[in-house]
Design a protein around this ligand. Sequence first.
Ligand SMILES: NC(=O)c1ccc[n+]([C@@H]2O[C@H](COP(=O)([O-])OP(=O)(O)OC[C@H]3O[C@@H](n4cnc5c(N)ncnc54)[C@H](OP(=O)(O)O)[C@@H]3O)[C@@H](O)[C@H]2O)c1
Length: 187
Amino acid sequence: MRRLLPEPGETTISEQLETYRPWENEREGRPFLAMNFVATLDGRATIDGRSGPIGSDTDTAMMSGLRGRFDAVMIGAGTKRVERYANLDKRLVVVQSHEGEPADLPELLGTLRDEGVRAVLCEGGPTLHGSLQAEGLVDELFLTIAPKLSGGAGPRILEGPLPGVMEMELAWLLEEDGELFARYRRS
Ligand SMILES: NC(=O)c1ccc[n+]([C@@H]2O[C@H](COP(=O)([O-])OP(=O)(O)OC[C@H]3O[C@@H](n4cnc5c(N)ncnc54)[C@H](OP(=O)(O)O)[C@@H]3O)[C@@H](O)[C@H]2O)c1
């Protein structure tokens, strides 16, 4: 794997994540929160309704490495319905509505913090991502861009309105076999 930014050179997933310590960056009253997504070149977050066919084995290894750096994994109920979440060796938090009402996400994150969760990796999906970004609760975005075009009607990595355009800055960019692994943080 090549690191293109910063400081170009050879790297590995474990070397890259070794110094990544999200639990040291918890925010006021809530854990640090990073999103992780994989997308095609045409911006789709699914192929035939699933994310699995998009990324490579390296992307799977990156996801697994990232999970190891966080206290809990969060997903929306829609993602839980279609993706496999058996055998996860992390606390899994599934966000769902109650009697048609959306979850109070700041309150949920505050509760997790009170329970000792310092860093959360949210693995989507696009609807939950939109809600979290709209409330200013996302600190970083890990985005794998697979060298594939899928067409079709798959969602993007974020669905729903935002209060405005959100500026992000690129913290690192890695490459292997034409697949890009970007880490963005809110600027
Ligand atoms: N490419 C990727 O990296 C990636 C990652 C994840 C998912 N996906 C794909 O995304 C698709 C699912 O998309 P999606 O947008 O439906 O996923 P999602 O955000 O996981 O699920 C949406 C559902 O989650 C619950 N939810 C989300 N935000 C909520 C909130 N603020 N409050 C309360 N409940 C909330 C609701 O469930 P209820 O209505 O049941 O309460 C909502 O209908 C799947 O095809 C999956 O494969 C792709």
